[in-house]
Design a protein around this ligand. Structure first.
Ligand code: P1T
Length: 400
């Protein structure tokens, strides 16, 4: 593997954790669809027993994402270097939650993907007795209050979905580890992706991705990734991945690995386009407020600049005129297609209150500010001028 050589991000997305296939020298791993592997004698095999437990195509993806996140776990310590691929982002999250015991105190960011919150509050609070506390972890004073010695896991999403809050990962790690050195710090890094943010560098233990989004980037795979930064934790995750079994299939692993090869060029274009779209929206008379970490008006713009090497492609804004205006805008857009999900080459638009965050209780949405005027854009890699023209046409339709 060329991982032993220093690599800049644009090189790492192509070569990280990869080596030519040993039999043929194929530059991309074959898609090993076999469910099982033939043994010479009981227990005597080539390191592969059954595809839920081991799959070479999945390993290739897992090593790539481990390399992108900068995991220190070596192949000698763990066959996929501390990276683990799952059937979806939520399957990844569900497996991470199994690291803590029944009744554990878990502190999570208050603004989260609706499905993550649903899994925690409506499933694991019951089945795992989790003692859940949601708090605004973008506020360090709040962190100092809620990250108590009893806290077993901290779940941070940054930037958050959909409000684009930024959490100070270094500060959270310092506060939480001072209170309990054994606390597990997990970061959902889906919005920033490893091109722009690497939570291990800030003292986090676990990184999670919905690889459905930027990592794969082409709206054709649902998947999830987990990366850990130390060998004992990798061993625990390896056990859980196999024991629970919500693994990513080999075809999806191949497609995701293929998608990652262009992550660097895609993120550059996503970021440039999102900056232009955000600036256009900020100057628009029909827009109440724009939230994008790359705007000086973002309350944590300075923190975002320190913590991230780019701001990604997600832009949230509040339209004037409430639900009626939002509905007309959403029905009038064409380049931005009205759909759940994000992070792919196509621009998408979403109404969180009705779509992705409908499972969040209405009072919670109101308290957080996920109102009917809130619109979330996933700015794709089309020509930025076409994206802006599309928005302008739709605003005109709202004006009637
Ligand atoms: O959809 P899935 O691959 O299971 O991933 C869940 C998930 C986890 N974390 C974040 C930050 C996410 O945004 C998601 C999925 N989000 C959407 C489908 C959405 O449109 O927001």
């Amino acid at each position: 593997m060329i991982d032993n050589h220093p690599m800049r991000p644009g090189t790492r997305v192509i070569h990280g954790g990869q080596r030519p296939e040993p039999v043929t020298g194929a530059i991309m791993p074959p898609i090993f669809t076999a469910a099982t592997y033939v043994q010479e004698s009981p227990g005597k095999h080539k390191g592969f027993e059954y595809t839920r437990s081991h799959n070479p195509t999945r390993y290739a993806l897992e090593r790539m994402v481990a390399s992108l996140e900068g995991s220190s776990v070596s192949e000698e310590q763990d066959p996929s270097c501390g990276g683990f691929a799952f059937a979806s982002g939520l399957a990844a999250t569900a497996t991470i939650l199994e690291l803590v015991d029944h009744g554990s105190r878990v502190v999570a960011m208050d603004d989260l993907y609706g499905g993550t919150r649903r899994l925690m509050s409506q499933v694991r609070a019951r089945s795992q007795g989790l003692d859940l506390h949601y708090a605004d972890l973008s506020d360090n004073a709040v962190c100092a209050e809620v990250l108590t010695p009893e806290t077993r896991m901290v779940w941070v999403e940054t930037p958050t979905n959909p409000l684009m809050k930024i959490a100070d990962l270094t500060a959270i790690a310092e506060i939480a580890k001072a209170a309990n050195p054994d606390v597990l710090l997990a970061c959902d890094n889906t919005f920033a992706c490893p091109r722009h943010q690497r939570p291990f560098e800030h003292g986090f233990d676990i990184v999670m991705h919905s690889s459905t989004k930027y990592l794969n980037g082409h709206s054709d795979v649902v998947g999830g990734m987990v990366v850990v930064n130390d060998a004992p934790l990798a061993e625990r995750l390896r056990f859980l991945q196999n024991a629970i079994g919500s693994v990513m299939g080999p075809m999806d692993a191949y497609l995701t690995l293929r998608g990652i090869k262009t992550l660097d060029v895609r993120m550059e274009r996503h970021g440039n386009n999102a900056q232009r779209v955000a600036e256009f929206l900020e100057g628009h008379p029909q827009v109440e407020r724009v939230v994008f970490p790359g705007l000086a008006s973002h309350p944590q713009h300075e923190l975002a600049r320190r913590q991230m090497s780019g701001f990604g492609g997600m832009v949230t804004f509040f339209i004037q005129g409430g639900l009626e205006a939002a509905r007309t805008l959403l029905e009038s857009l064409h380049v931005f297609q009205l759909a759940e999900s994000l992070g792919a080459v196509e621009s998408l638009v979403n109404h969180p209150a009705i779509m992705t965050h409908a499972s969040v209780p209405a009072e919670t949405r109101a308290a957080l500010g996920i109102s009917d005027s809130l619109i979330r854009l996933s700015v794709g890699i089309e020509d930025a001028q076409d994206q802006i023209d599309d928005l302008e046409r739709a605003f005109k339709a709202v004006r009637g």
